[in-house]
Design a protein around this ligand. Structure first.
Ligand code: URA
Length: 227
């Protein structure tokens, strides 16, 4: 309905107002939760790329729409495709540990992916799939406007930073995405295969914590993910 309204208003040369009908007088802007809900509705039963044919669920993202920290991963895997929830498989378990070591919980952060549907056999997303799905990630981030973004792995980092650089060169620094500090680190799946990289990943996460003003885990006596 919203989409049709937009198309109609644009066709007669009027600006589209995304506020719910009846709220315009009070000029109440959409809450972040409402903005995300509307974006999810716009995606609908998305058929914009061939991944739609093989998916069970579109994995839009989850967590707190008002989060100060947004994690961006690559694409749903098998468990996420089944559940419709991002990062619930083995990589998700490790991400949960990282989040807990930061002194946070999944309810306090927001988690989403560059592409919303599972590539067959968990293959890498194709450039065409990223191109089609990226505007929705951009709008998700635009609606939330978090204080910091943590890009998990090369696909998220390269997509948001518009570079072909390797993750090993992108990590460890503070970048900027649309004025928001962005820190790239290794993807949890990579860390499961290469546990020796956890030390570097934890150093990256500590940069995120510094930006958020979160106390260091060791000061708090919490276990770090590498322990
Ligand atoms: N890997 C990702 O990049 N995203 C998920 O949601 C799960 C695994």
């Amino acid at each position: 309905m919203t989409r049709l309204r937009r198309i109609y208003l644009e066709s007669i040369g009027l600006d589209y107002d995304p506020r719910p009908p009846g709220s315009a007088g009070g000029s109440r802007p959409l809450t972040k939760e409402e903005g995300l809900k509307e974006l999810r509705e716009e995606l609908g039963d998305c058929q914009r790329c061939p991944l739609a044919r093989g998916r069970r669920n579109l994995v839009f993202g989850g967590g707190n729409p008002d989060a100060e920290l947004v994690f961006v991963g690559e694409a749903p895997g098998r468990d996420e495709d089944i559940s419709g929830v991002p990062f619930v498989g083995r990589a998700g378990e490790l991400l949960n540990k990282i989040i807990a070591a930061m002194g946070l919980s999944r309810e306090k952060v927001y988690i989403c992916n560059v592409i919303k549907c599972r590539p067959p056999g968990n293959r890498d997303p194709l450039p065409s799939e990223i191109e089609i799905c990226k505007p929705f990630l951009e709008r998700q981030l635009g609606i939330m406007g978090p204080r910091v973004i943590c890009a998990l792995g090369s696909f998220a980092a390269r997509t948001l930073l518009e570079t072909e650089e390797r993750i090993s060169l992108l990590r460890g620094k503070i970048w900027e995405y649309q004025g928001i500090p962005l820190i790239a680190t290794y993807h949890p799946s990579y860390l499961l295969r290469n546990p020796q990289a956890k030390r570097d990943a934890w150093a990256d996460i500590q940069k995120v914590m510094e930006i958020l003003g979160l106390p260091n885990a060791r000061e708090k006596g919490r276990p770090t993910p590498g322990q």
